[in-house]
Design a protein around this ligand. Structure first.
Ligand code: AMP
Length: 177
């Protein structure tokens, strides 16, 4: 991973104070995603992390996790599985509720989306408190895949979200704030 390139991507991320509620410093990655070079740098860095791991499925968390998750899945030759907000997935689902930095939420996954032989990368754009990824991990873990990795494009160090994630799972991110 070229740290100078990653730093340039990080510097493209826009900070929006008090969004969506007062006190939150919202990291808006759309200002990085709209830049073709940044999009390529992010994709290449993700692929470098997971290219030799036998990944069969990338699970992306709605909605910003769909962007990096799709890019990674295509590049690895893996499938893509969405984790969505309640009521969006049309077939039978499994669900989990959790607390997040602002409010409570529930996420769902199709109950036939993961098979026992799968090697899964769970992906989201950003790690804040860790509640979302913790719930996603528990959902996918309950489906019995062979292996789970966890990845974010970036993390907010001050919130220490990693403490909510399991110790025995490799967690990566490309940059932090
Ligand atoms: P958490 O469950 O607290 O780790 O929150 C992670 C999820 O909420 C991710 O899907 C992020 O996209 C979103 N999120 C939470 N806090 C922020 C923030 N400060 N800036 C941007 N996105 C955030």
């Amino acid at each position: 991973m070229n740290q100078n390139e990653i730093l340039r991507v990080k510097n493209l991320v826009r900070n929006i104070p008090d969004f969506p509620v007062p006190g939150i410093q919202f990291k808006d990655l759309t200002t990085a995603f709209k830049n073709p070079t940044a999009l390529r740098v992010l994709t290449d860095a993700l692929v470098e992390l997971y290219k030799d791991r036998g990944v069969t499925k990338v699970v992306g968390i709605e909605s910003r996790g769909f962007i990096g998750g799709s890019m990674l899945a295509v590049s690895l030759g893996a499938g893509f599985v969405p984790i969505r907000k309640p009521g969006k997935l049309p077939a039978e689902t499994l669900s989990r509720s959790y607390d997040k930095e602002y409010g409570t939420d529930t996420i769902e996954i199709h109950s036939d989306a993961i098979e026992p032989g799968d090697v899964v990368v769970l992906h989201d754009d950003l790690l804040a408190t860790g509640g979302t990824m913790r719930a996603a991990y528990e959902l996918v873990k309950s489906m019995g895949p062979q292996k789970i990795y966890i990845n974010f494009l970036c993390e907010l160090d001050a919130l220490n979200g990693r403490q909510l994630l399991p110790n025995d799972v490799e967690v990566t991110s490309l940059f932090s704030f």
